[in-house]
Design a protein around this ligand. Structure first.
Ligand code: ATP
Length: 345
């Protein structure tokens, strides 16, 4: 690893040149970056590990674990994880069109139902896939939906509060943002994992078509009361079918809340292509197996390029998938986790 003791201004481990900031969250800053060798643009989520308490560290671990697992055309791909003494870098597929919150804020009174339908169907498609893998997102909100304009799709990101669940078994960690959180989460009760995502989907759909959150009062305690009473007002221009769908998701009682199957088959969503992205290939990923010779040549080029020494590169490669590997998870030649001891950004 001697070649990596050098400091590179604005570079991560000598691999990515960092550019402007794309967004900020509570725990991270997301930056545009470019791969030094290939020029490929990516989004890099930079997490300062020194600022994390043990709980936040646990969430970070879950974020990486769940994002590695979920590979879907409407979920932002995690390409690579770079771990240093103080920072963790998540190298992500780059969204080129901003996030959905900004888009909603630019449309006073909301987007047209036709456009909202197209975006919403894709989010539902992504969540449906996650739940089938028994992954619950728990922080669904428009800020966590990113536009991919060139691909003409939206993708879900920020799995920082995600977790695995066992169907029928309840979870008890309280997480998410007040305005999007289901009543049972706010009560601190044990909750059925998939139902909390459905509630947040209801909030997202409301925001898409109305241009503002359903529960947003002068202060948090009033907002909380409105959520608990499930009281919201839908503007008159919203269609009956759309109001009906929102009403089935924003149900106070999680047992009465719509399931994903019911949402997907709801009248309002009929005739929409839920996944235009499936026709596109995902960049930077190859499922082709490499010959020994090609493999050797790539490692040679990585060593010459100063990425790491031969031992570190071969150690960092993902293990061969076992028979127990779920069918949707492929070995990923580019998804390594590198550990660098001394790098700067
Ligand atoms: P939170 O405080 O909500 O948990 P966070 O710290 O986990 O946020 P993210 O939500 O992952 O951070 O990212 C913050 C913002 O960065 C997003 O709202 C979005 O605007 C932008 N962003 C995130 N991922 C991407 C991406 N892959 N491409 C483009 N922009 C992105």
């Amino acid at each position: 690893m001697a070649g990596h003791k050098r400091h590179h201004d604005g570079k991560i481990a000598g691999l990515y040149d960092l550019d402007k900031t794309l967004g900020r969250g509570h725990f991270a800053v997301v930056k545009l970056a470019r791969h030094v060798f290939t020029g490929e643009k990516v989004a890099v989520k930079v997490i300062d590990k020194t600022k994390l308490d043990p709980v936040a560290r646990g969430h970070l671990f879950q974020e990486v674990r769940c994002m590695k697992m979920v590979q879907h055309p409407n979920v932002v791909r995690l390409y690579e994880v770079i771990d240093t003494a103080t920072k963790l870098y998540l190298i992500l597929e780059l969204g080129d069109g901003g996030d959905m919150y900004d888009c909603i804020m630019k449309h006073e009174g909301g987007l047209t139902e036709e456009v909202a339908k197209c975006y919403f169907a894709q989010i539902v498609h992504a969540i449906s896939y996650c739940h089938r893998l028994h992954v619950v997102h728990r922080d669904l909100k428009p800020e966590n939906v990113v536009f991919f304009e060139k691909q003409g799709v939206v993708k879900l990101t920020d799995f920082g509060f995600s977790n695995r669940f066992q169907p029928g078994k309840k979870l008890n960690t309280s997480c998410g943002s007040l305005a999007y959180s289901a009543p049972e989460i706010l009560l601190g009760d044990e909750y059925d994992a998939p139902a909390v995502d459905i509630w947040s989907l209801g909030v997202i759909l409301f925001m898409l078509v109305c241009g503002q959150p359903p529960f947003q009062e002068a202060n948090d305690s009033e907002t909380l009361t409105m959520i608990m009473d499930c009281k919201y007002t839908v503007p008159p221009h919203i269609s009956r079918a759309c109001i009906d769908l929102i009403g089935h998701m924003l149900q106070r009682d999680p047992k009465k809340r719509a399931t994903l199957e019911q949402i997907e088959s709801h009248q309002w969503l009929q005739g929409v292509d839920p996944s235009p992205a499936t026709k596109l290939s995902t960049p930077l990923v190859s499922h082709r197996s490499l010959s020994e010779e090609e493999h050797g040549s790539i490692i040679q080029r990585m060593v010459l390029g100063g990425i790491a020494d031969r031992d570190a590169i071969t150690e960092a490669q993902p293990a061969t998938p076992s028979a127990a590997t779920p069918p949707l998870i492929f070995p990923q030649p580019l998804l390594f986790c590198f550990h660098f001891s001394d790098v700067t950004t």
